[in-house]
Design a protein around this ligand. Structure first.
Ligand code: IMP
Ligand code: MG
Length: 186
């Protein structure tokens, strides 16, 4: 039976269990380790949302690798993207000549990803790929190619496993989707 979480009058129900996430993360790591054999890629985590996926993914990677982090502006407390992306924390690593793998929690409109793609590509990496745990297929507005996708999901708002609801509930082990939203007066 689906587990439920209630916050501020919104009800969330489990969509992807901890067990399914674990299995899929291992598969992704195995695939990436195969594809990058003989290289030392730099995994770039996008803060804050990807931190749990990132930590689980790289611990299943079996080749040498390095890590770094980027932070972009978030949705704030809204459940819908503002459509504006700004850089809150830049990279510290050298990108030029390196194999770069961006690690995201979720690609929604694709705007954040497009922004990061430009940011990285102007530094002349040797290669550039993207891995995202979740991909909101119907919501994608920009045509950024995603190389590794954990799960393709509907346009629902989701939380848990790093994904937040107004900064909370990132610590849930499963991924939940919004089932019922409280009525608003506007
Ligand atoms: P995009 O720029 O619209 O693709 O949005 C990307 C970022 O918005 C993701 O990296 C997440 O941090 C956040 N985001 C998008 N959809 C959700 C969601 O359903 N729940 C929580 N955060 C989300
Ligand atoms: Mg994110």
């Amino acid at each position: 039976m689906a587990k439920r979480v209630r916050i501020n009058g919104d009800t969330f129900a489990t969509m992807i269990s901890e067990r399914r996430i674990k299995t899929r993360v291992k598969q992704l790591a195995r695939q990436i380790s195969r594809d990058y054999r003989g290289t030392v890629p730099v995994f770039i985590g996008v803060l804050n949302g990807s931190f749990i996926f990132f930590a689980d993914l790289i611990r299943e990677v079996t080749i040498d690798c390095e890590v770094d982090f980027l932070k972009l502006s978030s949705y704030g407390d809204a459940k819908i993207s503002s459509g504006k992306v700004t850089l809150l924390k830049d990279l510290n690593c050298q990108v030029e000549g390196r194999d770069i793998i961006i690690v995201e929690d979720i690609v929604d409109s694709g705007l954040s990803m497009q922004y990061m793609k430009h940011l990285i590509e102007k530094e002349n990496p040797k290669s550039f790929r993207i891995v995202t745990l979740l991909y909101k297929k119907l919501a994608v507005k920009t045509a950024v190619h995603i190389d590794y996708v954990g799960f393709t999901i509907p346009k629902d708002f989701v939380i848990g496993y790093g994904l937040d609801y107004a900064q909370k509930l990132r610590n849930l082990k499963d991924i939940y989707r919004l089932k019922e939203s409280r009525a608003t007066t506007r």
